[in-house]
Write a protein that binds this ligand. Structure first.
Ligand SMILES: [Fe+2]
Length: 305
């Protein structure tokens, strides 16, 4: 989903569909699912998973939210091998009615939303190469399973993502998918939440990233701003780097409230307002931490040099 949204934000008039390589890789099934082919994973591929898993597992205690930790604990996900989607689905189904289905990579938006609306999470079946542990062109099994699936064990997130799938199909018909995609981006992918003992990660894009886990919580550069739906719908995001602003919810139930909102009037209201740049802070924002912006400023200066 990461790359899918990246493409949306760079090309709002024509959302790209299909695999990066084109429709040549389109699988036979209409819903784009394939068999995970678990038996075909090599030792080297399981080894990449192990490296990523162990690295993230050391980093996340005290940084990931309690719900993520609990979800992970109750799933058949371990260090030694890439998880088997059938075993994951057995546990998920009992808990929140979700399943994990394998896809070869990017899928068309309407296929993606259709899956979510029916509580099927499409997960890339491949794993990144050992030399690109921190770089990812397309979401792989580590991002999709390690990052997303633990949160799908939580009933609030489970309902929210299903509602997002339904909302995505509507937004597509209305031609406002870029606005809705920002909500997904700043919650499911890059969301932070307040816990009694401090800010915690619940977004999969952060939880599955070694570098962004530290940046999002510990670095002085990014803004951390209280989540406001309309504000987020107007906010562009960074497509190929750390976020300049993270939006913070009070708890996961807040997302469930979002799922009940009729977005149609919001889309109309927002259409009349300008988009906001990723690093912008408004006077009306609830600012939890005002970032010094140094990280992205340095990047921009480097790009100009
Ligand atoms: Fe994702």
């Amino acid at each position: 989903m990461l790359q899918q949204l990246k493409e949306l934000d760079t090309d709002k008039t024509k959302a790209k569909h299909g695999l990066a390589a084109g429709d040549a890789g389109r699988p036979a099934r209409a819903d784009w699912t394939i068999d995970q082919g678990w038996d075909a994973y090599t030792d080297a591929e399981h080894g990449v998973w192990k490296t990523l898993f162990e690295r993230q597992s050391k980093l996340l205690p005290g940084r990931a939210c309690d719900e993520f930790v609990e979800g992970m604990r109750n799933l058949p996900i371990g260090a030694d091998e890439i998880p088997d989607f059938r075993r994951l689905s057995d546990v998920l189904m009992k808990k929140t009615g979700w399943q994990v289905v394998a896809v070869p990579g990017l899928v068309p938006d309407e296929v993606f939303f259709e899956h979510l609306a029916h509580r099927r999470f499409p997960a890339g079946h491949f794993i990144r190469k050992p030399h690109e542990l921190d770089y990812l062109e397309e979401p792989d099994v580590f991002h999709d399973v390690f990052g997303h699936v633990p949160m799908l064990m939580n009933p609030a997130i489970a309902d929210y993502i299903q509602a997002y799938g339904e909302g995505g199909l509507r937004a597509q018909r209305l031609g406002v998918l870029d606005k809705l995609a920002r909500v997904y981006w700043y919650t499911v992918e890059f969301g932070l939440l307040k816990q009694a003992d401090g800010l915690r990660i619940y977004g999969a894009g952060i939880a599955s990233s070694f570098t962004e886990t530290v940046f999002s919580l510990d670095d002085a550069s990014p803004n951390r701003i209280g989540f406001d739906l309309e504000r987020v719908m107007r906010t562009n995001y960074r497509i190929d780097d750390f976020q300049e602003s993270y939006f913070v919810i009070d708890n996961l139930e807040q997302l469930l409230e979002l799922a009940k909102i009729d977005f149609a009037p919001l889309y109309e209201r927002i259409a009349e307002q300008p988009d906001l740049q990723p690093g912008t802070v408004l006077a009306s924002d609830t600012v939890l931490a005002s970032g010094n912006g140094r990280y992205h400023d340095a990047k921009r200066a480097g790009a100009r040099a």
